[in-house]
Ligand binder design. Structure first.
Ligand code: ADP
Ligand code: ZN
Length: 517
């Protein structure tokens, strides 16, 4: 019998495992339920493909998209590994062929959609064979916290009832704690081992730029990468078409990609991109799953993404070859407002709205943070980031000037303390600035000691400072439906005068503008 190292060499031609692969494979081979969380490109597929070979018998792989299954099956067959995808588009004779292979125990991997897998007839059918392992790919689809919730994944909660003794390996590139919890719980994993790889993509440079005159901005960035491949993510189908047409006028080979295009056209665009016949794809989020082009040199988000997860995944398509690549996000606060009100009116389910609004808020925080972007992203995924500054993001390259903001922090924290419950940034700023609006008057917040104690600063300035205090842990953001600001343990340290707080320097001219009376 081959060792796992020998199998790796024999079937894949690799001489070493990528980080965590060996530990994950070992855990699976010990028969443990296992959760593998690794960034896109981290080599997750091998973590069930190799055990499938090692264990013999059958490994069932649950996967959300038929196109993904097909790519994997082709890849495995080329390596001489017997694998097949079982779905409704099969011809009768193809199905018979797979069934024959199953009976002869010659098939190692069977790819299947969650809904097909959970059909009673199919479960009974599967029960006749030696299922040694079940792999749940893209396991975040089971969680409403994931950016890609698929209701059909919920059926998998019955999986363990049907196969109580078969180990399950769940794989995902989403490391958000809520999603991780959901995966364990929904799949009914018992005493599962969890492996989390690093999400740090050290060759990617992150930056956020103000979206004023976006077309000119786009041309500037693309101009820096002439003859290199890039993706421009847009919000709407129409925008992908308008932008690609505009770029063509400037002599760029650009094409649009979105779900509204015919399948043949979409495949052609993908193919042209992969083979460098076209340099720029202006795309909606539909573009990406299954695109494995190594030398994408930049990813530009022309519009605000809705979640950090999708942003991270989309930027992750840059620089797979390890060469330095650039991720730029065009940001305007007005757009945030629009997307937010769209989310609030779009979905029916209150719970979904709450989650979506909170995720958008986190996206906004990313845009407005004055700290290291990489650190923000990694912390979001629950990863400690050692270095204070990455040196490879706009904020690290050009740190804004900071000043001793202890007094200012005390003024803000005092206001939060005095308010009867937690409120959002807008209201806190209104109280500090001595606003006379209805909400203030109705609640008699003009009687608070904090009222009108910081009239000389603009609302925007307070937004920056409060966000920065949150980033530094002197305040916290909570709230279900609407994000509100709360005190933390560190707030008290400021009030007791135990710490010195550094804050971004006030914007020039703020004072002049803000002396109202
Ligand atoms: P993921 O599913 O995590 O996004 P994949 O399984 O598609 O990642 O693997 C990403 C790339 O890494 C693939 O091209 C794969 O062949 C390659 N790869 C996987 N394992 C190894 C290894 N041990 N050594 C070298 N390359 C590997
Ligand atoms: Zn940085």
């Amino acid at each position: 019998m081959h060792t796992v190292d020998a199998l790796l060499k024999k079937y894949w031609g690799y001489t070493a495992f990528l980080p965590h692969q060996k530990e994950i494979i070992t855990s699976v081979l010990e028969g443990r339920d296992t959760v593998a969380i690794m960034a896109t490109g981290g080599g997750k597929s091998l973590c069930y493909q190799l055990p499938a070979l090692y264990l013999g018998g059958l490994t069932v792989v649950i996967s959300p998209l038929i196109s993904l299954m097909k790519d994997q099956v082709d890849d495995l067959n080329l390596r001489g590994i017997p694998a097949a995808a079982y779905n409704s588009s099969l011809e009768y004779c193809e199905r018979k062929e797979i069934e024959a292979q199953l009976r002869d125990n010659t098939l190692r991997l069977l790819f299947i959609s969650p809904e097909k897998c959970m059909q009673p007839n199919f479960l009974k059918f599967l029960g006749r064979f030696q299922v040694h392992l079940i792999a749940v790919d893209e396991a975040h689809c089971i969680s409403e916290w994931g950016h890609n919730f698929r209701p059909e994944y919920r059926q998998l909660s019955r999986l363990k009832k049907h196969f109580p003794n078969v180990p399950v390996v769940a794989l995902t590139a989403t490391a958000v704690p809520e999603v991780r919890k959901d995966i364990h719980r929904q799949l009914g994993l018992s005493d599962a081992r969890e492996f989390v790889g690093s999400f740090n993509r050290t060759n990617l440079r992150y930056s956020v730029v103000q979206k004023t005159n976006p077309m000119a901005l786009l041309l500037t960035y693309i101009g820096r990468h002439s003859n290199e491949s890039g993706i421009v993510y847009c919000f709407s189908k129409k925008e992908t078409e308008d932008l690609s047409r505009e770029l063509q006028k400037y002599g760029y080979k650009a094409l649009a990609y979105h779900a509204g295009l015919a399948k043949t056209i979409r495949e052609k665009v993908q193919d042209d991109f992969i083979h460098d016949n076209v340099q720029i794809v202006c795309a909606t989020v539909a573009f990406g799953m299954g695109i494995d082009k190594p030398d994408v040199r930049y990813v530009i988000h022309y519009d605000l993404p809705k979640t950090i997860e999708s942003y991270y995944q989309e930027t992750g398509r840059a620089g797979r070859d390890g060469q330095s690549s650039e991720c730029v996000l065009f940001y305007s606060r007005g757009e945030y407002g629009k997307v937010r009100s769209m989310l609030e009116h779009d979905r029916s389910n209150e719970g979904h709205i709450r989650i979506a609004v909170r995720k958008l808020q986190e996206m906004l925080d990313y845009c407005e943070t004055t700290g290291c972007r990489r650190k923000y992203l990694l912390n979001y995924f629950g990863e400690e980031y050692g270095g204070e500054n990455c040196g490879l993001c706009d904020n690290c390259d050009h740190p804004g000037e900071t000043v001793d903001g202890t007094e200012c922090a005390r003024t803000i924290i005092a206001c939060v303390e005095q308010l009867p419950t937690n409120f959002g940034i807008e209201l806190i700023a209104d109280v500090l600035r001595g606003s006379k609006n209805e909400k203030i008057r109705d609640n008699r917040f003009d009687l608070l000691p904090a009222y009108n104690t910081g009239a000389e600063q603009s609302k925007k300035q307070y937004r920056t400072w409060i966000n920065d205090l949150v980033r530094q842990g002197y305040l916290a953001r909570t709230g279900e439906r609407y994000p509100v600001i709360a005190l933390t343990e560190k707030s008290a340290e400021v009030m007791r005068g135990e710490v010195r707080v550094m804050l971004p320097a006030p914007e020039a001219g703020a004072k002049k503008r803000a002396r109202p009376q």
